[in-house]
Design a protein around this ligand. Sequence first.
Ligand code: GFB
Length: 308
Amino acid sequence: MELDAKIYVAGHKGMVGSAVVRALKEKGYTRIVWRDSKELDLTQQSEVVDFFEKEQPDYVFLAAAKVGGIEANNSLRAEFLYENLMIQNNVIHQSYKYKVKKLLFFASSCIFPKYAPQPLKEDYLLTGALEPTNEPYAIAKIAGIKLCENYNRQYGCNFISVMPSNLYGPNDNYDLKHSHVLPALLRKFHEAKQGNLARVEVWGSGRPKREFLHVDDLAQASLHLMETYAGNVFVNIGTGEDLSIKALAELIQNIVGYKGEMIWNTDKPDGTPRKLLDVSLIHSLGWSHEMDLEEGIERVYREKFIDV
Ligand code: GFB
């Protein structure tokens, strides 16, 4: 990407989009464009057409999506399918129409089959049934990957897809009902410590394993792929290491310094038992993660709850 290229970051206020904007600015890109959702509703085709007609971006990072943790995915099932399909259909199709040089689509590791062998290689896609709690979201993301792949095949576009593991970092969602586990536990333990509460409720059995990646690492990987990679194979982006939810909860409890008890609410779903990404492809393409999990959580905790 030329430093004076016009780059559209869809979803610039979200955790992923804002990290991409930070990384682009750090590298010296100056013509970054974005719109708030009030100015441009990406689910509306005519608004997206008008935006592309006006801005004619050279490159697109498609980070706009309806996202959330296990409860949000499981309860807002229609919205997760409908809104994500609409957003990505509109942005990917207009990127083709307006001859965008390259587009990067952010998918998610929940697209893999629930019981796929671990670690998850890119070619395990569509080899088995999905995890039911996030099937609508996963189906939308699989459609997005396939849209990119088939615009490449039929029209010679240069649209790539990436598959991040579970993410955390600045601008995460801390709403206890709809957030992911890591921000939810940071908030729960912090508030329990502040309020001298005797116990904190944690969801599920604690046995599922998850792989966590700092969003700044994801942004660096995405820029690297935008600059160096073209192809129909999507690329896993992760650390290649996971831990159980129980181990994560203990780590967060220690970082926060909460001395009370943890109660496991097994009425809440566990979700997929494990989704560790095979990161050999991205390693072979010359990128590996930098942020260690403990250091990353300490940093996020300080930024969100201490240095405010
Ligand atoms: O992060 P999370 O909501 O999503 O939950 P997924 C991960 C695990 O943490 C589950 C447990 O086993 C939860 O039961 N957990 C424990 C908690 N305590 C909590 C809590 O207080 N809040 C939350 N949210 N979880 C999502 C998918 O799956 O991950 C999306 O639904 C997407 O589609 C995203 O792929 C990355 O990792 O299970």
